[in-house]
Write a protein that binds this ligand. Sequence first.
Ligand code: LLP
Length: 411
Amino acid sequence: MAYFSIQGIQLTSLAKDFGTPLYVYDADKIREKISVLRGSFQGFPLSIKYACKANTNLAILRLMRANNVDLDVVSPQELELGLLAGYEGSQITFTPSGVDFTEIEFAVSKGAMVNLDNLSVLEKFGQAYGSSVPCLIRIKPHVFGGGNSKIMTAHPESKFGISIHQKEEILDIVGRYGMKVAGLHQHTGSDIKDGKTFQQAATALFDFAKDFKDLDIIDLGGGFKVPYSPEDPGVNMQEVGGMMSQAFLDFCAAYGRPLRLWIEPGKFLVSEAGTFLTQATVVKRDPVKTFLGINTGLNHLIRPMMYGSYHYIFNASNANDVEKESYRVVGNICETDTFSFDFEGNQNERALSIVKEGDIIAMANAGAYGFTMASHYNARFLPAEVLIDGGKARIIRVRETMEDLIRNQRD
Ligand code: LLP
């Protein structure tokens, strides 16, 4: 699974030209994933609403827009980034979680569709807009799905969405204000590959939707698992898409007219397009184990530490696949920040082609929730970002300087 170039450009020369730590994105890979997704849903026009929390670089948003992919945003700032990237407000859905009503008003003022996720905000929306502004309602279907407990969003104890058992309360509010419910939404969680989970959630939503007579949209969320490791394949998109398509067509037939299907993938579109390039700073041969220290940490890629997630790690400076050594790959943050987790979510060692200090150490599947979850912890700069398109590498976020760190501080 190791690779040494992207669109013909060597990873080592990217590291040399742009420095490390560096997030590198392959535009062709993103286009490929968009087309796999479109090809997997059949029988109706599909709207893809990219969940841009996965990666909000303007260049990535522009690439999505150029490929007819709309946006799902979760904050006014993501919404503004979408507008800056050239999106119309009407191409953007705002799916916030428990936000102040002023954020909802802001989204409406920009022409975005708002997805309401609690009864209190539903009531406020009804009071403010009555029948004049259509909305979506986010339902919590009480379904368990997701790679780990932190990224499961549809189970009974999840904070997200209005419980499927509160239909009467919803209908009461909607009726009182004559609200226009354009669509119903649910999002099960992230890192899901089991078709049955998607089916269970969709079935629950379809059953719930029967009592809403003016629907135009069904939004089944995102969560399609990507292959983070060679041993653990991602979702079978063709199979899951085919199954979801059929279930949706059956629902439309029972509902009495065709509706529109929306999905909101984040990871599926951008994760595999991203490679995180770092540099080996120290090979520390301790009596107990050998540590490979790299010039980054949980401040730049927090997924392993936060979720126990597996990222494939390889030595981009050494193609010798035979002679290997086991390393515990660790960051430079003053706190335990191991990158080499195993499938069980434990800190472990990885066999890498022999590493010399200065080698370029790459991590795969870093395009989603990598940069967007990065922080300034330990007062280190954020990584730079590069997009490779048409065989050329272009900087899409320059490396920070000391000025960036102190710009908003007042001494
Ligand atoms: N729609 C909604 C309402 C969501 O909350 C999310 C993700 C998505 C769509 C997209 O899910 P995806 O297709 O990317 O799985 N930081 C975590 C993932 C958090 C996902 C949050 N919500 C990670 O790195 O694994």
